[in-house]
Design a protein around this ligand. Structure first.
Ligand SMILES: [Zn+2]
Length: 344
């Protein structure tokens, strides 16, 4: 199983965001990707650099104006506010009745939903190559690989078609799933990051060709809030093609594996021909954003269950922060997944 990674993803370097009423150190650090890359090297995964597919596959999912905004937003912001200022929105349009302004401060609020996506000088380049990394893994599987891993960073699953959210700019897993529709008529996207894949859900909510399932604690009480409720099942052509399986905060492996089984059986029922996994490791007991308790053995068991579907699978890296077991958990999942598919 190949992995894809591009060092330009390290250039997004946010140091601060606002949470619980205070400026906090930002958890989505470049070091995460270095730890994961070193784990891949240690375990003999071949790592390739993604090729550049341009922005067409990104604009196929995201609002083209949002993509164009991100390209030079940081440069425009510092030209106005100075290099030390934080490119974080401080005003928002509410529920989107209105028009995009031309002022950079107004635009930040228009295209970003919260304070967790501060733009730094390398943010556009990092987000762009994070997207290309997921697309490269998708192409690898479209060309016949049984599975492929995209070490994408910054993560993507909270990004919606027209806005950044929850550390995410481009929805890498959604880009992969949409791209894979060129080869398969039915694709499933399964999100096992501890947070709801709210952006992915929103992108595919009215589509019947991509089934979306996410496992996460109740969004009534757990970030990123707002979306991911059990009664949200899709609409229009997508009716019945969204499944949110709710966990309880504090749940352990048994409950998580049971929820995963429910998701996998729905994916089989949908008739998926290929699979994308939004692969977060923040279900770990010692993750800084932990809400449930999974250890390395649990991640290994999850990998075996997912591999058991026997589908061409793209694994796209999402969350999993700088807790002590990040490398161990990623290693447990990816080496087990590789072993299972080699034995099939
Ligand atoms: Zn997460």
């Amino acid at each position: 199983m190949k992995a894809f990674f591009d060092e330009r993803q390290l250039g997004h370097n946010p140091h601060t965001y606002f949470r619980r009423g205070a400026a906090m150190p930002h958890q989505e650090q470049p070091e995460r990707a270095i730890i994961l890359r070193d784990m891949l090297l240690k375990n003999g995964f071949p790592i390739e650099q993604p090729r550049d597919l341009g922005d067409t596959p990104i604009k196929a999912v995201h609002n083209p104006a949002y993509v164009d905004f991100l390209r030079d937003a940081h440069a425009r912001f510092v030209a106005d506010a100075g290099p030390e200022a934080l490119a974080i929105p401080t005003c928002h349009p509410g529920r989107r009745r209105g028009r995009e302004p031309s002022d950079i401060h107004g635009q930040l609020g228009w295209w970003m939903t919260d304070t967790s996506t501060p733009l730094t000088e390398g943010s556009w380049t990092a987000a762009y190559w994070s997207a290309q990394t997921a697309l490269a893994a998708a192409e690898d599987v479209m060309q016949g690989a049984r599975a492929s891993y995209g070490l994408s960073r910054p993560p993507g699953h909270h990004a919606m078609a027209d806005c950044a959210n929850g550390f995410c700019f481009f929805n890498n897993a959604a880009l992969a799933a949409h791209h894979m529709r060129r080869t398969w008529s039915k694709v499933a996207l399964l999100d096992v990051d501890v947070h709801t894949g709210n952006g992915s859900m929103d992108i595919f909510y009215d589509r019947g060709d991509v089934f979306f399932c996410s496992l996460h604690p109740d969004p009534k009480t757990y970030p990123t809030f707002y979306l991911g409720h059990a009664e949200e099942t899709g609409e229009g052509d997508g009716e019945g093609c969204t499944l949110n399986v709710l966990l309880k905060q504090g749940d352990g492996e048994t409950e998580v594996l049971r929820a995963l089984e429910r998701g996998l059986s729905a994916i089989t029922g949908f008739g998926a021909e290929a699979l994308v996994i939004s692969l977060g490791f923040d279900m770990a007991s010692d993750d800084p954003l932990a809400a449930v308790k999974v250890d390395a053995e649990g991640f290994s068991a999850m990998a075996a269950q997912i591999a058991g579907l026997g589908l061409p699978t793209v694994l796209v890296q999402e969350g999993g922060y700088l807790g002590p077991s990040l490398a161990n958990n990623a290693e447990a999942f990816l080496t087990r997944f590789r072993k299972e598919i080699e034995n099939q």
